[in-house]
Design a protein around this ligand. Structure first.
Ligand code: GDP
Length: 304
């Protein structure tokens, strides 16, 4: 399968400071400058709403929260046909025809690896979960798989600095990566994290996308922006998963939606086509089902 169906963001590199080699696959991602509908309507539990609305061609609603943010339009969807109903609530993600079964029935820990070349070799599609320590990575993994012991496995002594593979429904992987930016870590520890994890990103051919977790309860952090820009420069597909979005009334500072908007604006300076993003909360369950649907469409497209 290699890079054939990776969801790369076209022309990204030409908007970044140091150009890297051209993507190894054709890009199928299209984006366009329509405002995002921050809709509150729910998708049906069982069947995802997909691009079956070609005839209606309704305009995007005016009820926007993140003006001028571009949509993530997946393969199989004509941007001109996107309607409110196709946009996952609390995100810029349009649901397309590749979205499908997203229910997690079983999860098993497979192995911890110290290097990319030690990771499982069965070429199943995988999503790497990455973020600063304390961003809510373990909580999100627990919420996604609804099992506490999964993320606990990664938090066991000796495992936090390894690449941990969890097999979902015997068909795809969630990969828990070490958190970055430990406040107390020495410079040496940070460098080690960097070279070790970068090796994984650059060499892992079954990596469908990185879920880059960003804490929405605090203003944009340079280390997160640096990480996003590094991934972008290297053509690693990513989805921004904003965590802690339940903290809507921060006692001081900005609200999560304002922090997200600020982050998006900073990111937009470096991207022509904007990566998908979604708001989540492990406390309220916000975004859980939507994120799983999004993963299903990326996975099914990659796997076709
Ligand atoms: P990790 O170090 O990235 O694995 O972060 P954890 O999952 O251990 O979470 C760090 C802290 O943030 C813990 O105190 C969690 O209870 C808290 N936390 C994680 N997710 C959320 C969330 O969605 N909402 C709120 N309010 N707190 C969260």
């Amino acid at each position: 399968m290699l890079f054939r169906n990776r969801l790369l963001f076209c022309n990204l590199t030409s908007f970044l400071p140091s150009p890297s080699p051209p993507p190894k696959s054709v890009s199928f991602i299209l984006s366009f400058n329509k405002t995002i509908a921050y809709s509150t309507h729910k998708l049906p539990e069982s069947k995802p709403q997909v691009a079956a609305t070609r005839a209606t061609n309704q305009p995007i609603s005016e009820g926007t929260r993140f003006a001028k943010t571009v949509l993530f339009v997946p393969p199989g969807v004509d941007p001109e046909d996107v309607t409110d109903e196709m946009i996952l609530p609390g995100s810029n993600i349009v649901l397309g025809p590749y979205a499908g079964h997203s229910h997690i029935k079983e999860v098993e820990f497979v192995k911890s690896s110290g290097r990319a070349k030690d990771c499982p070799k069965d070429n199943r599609p995988e999503f790497a979960i990455l973020g600063r320590s304390n961003v809510g990575k373990s909580s999100l993994i627990n919420a996604l798989v609804r099992k506490k012991e999964v993320a606990l496995t990664s938090k066991k002594p000796g495992k936090t600095q390894l690449i941990n593979h969890f097999l979902v429904n015997k068909s795809w992987y969630i990969v828990d990566l070490p958190g970055y930016g430990f406040a107390k870590a020495s410079d040496t520890a940070r460098t080690d994290w960097s070279s070790f994890t970068k090796g994984y990103f650059l060499n892992r051919e079954s990596l469908v996308a990185v879920l880059l977790l960003i804490d929405a309860s605090v203003p944009p952090q340079k280390i997160d922006l640096d990480c996003a820009n590094w991934l972008g420069r290297n053509n690693i597909p990513m989805t921004f998963v904003f965590t802690k979005c339940d903290k809507m009334k921060a006692s001081k500072g900005k609200r999560p939606d304002e922090n997200i908007r600020d982050f998006e604006e900073l990111i937009r300076e470096n991207y022509k086509q904007h990566p998908p993003w979604i708001m989540t909360s492990s406390v309220t369950g916000l975004g859980r089902d939507e994120l799983l649907l999004h993963l299903s469409q990326l996975r099914n497209y990659w796997d076709q």
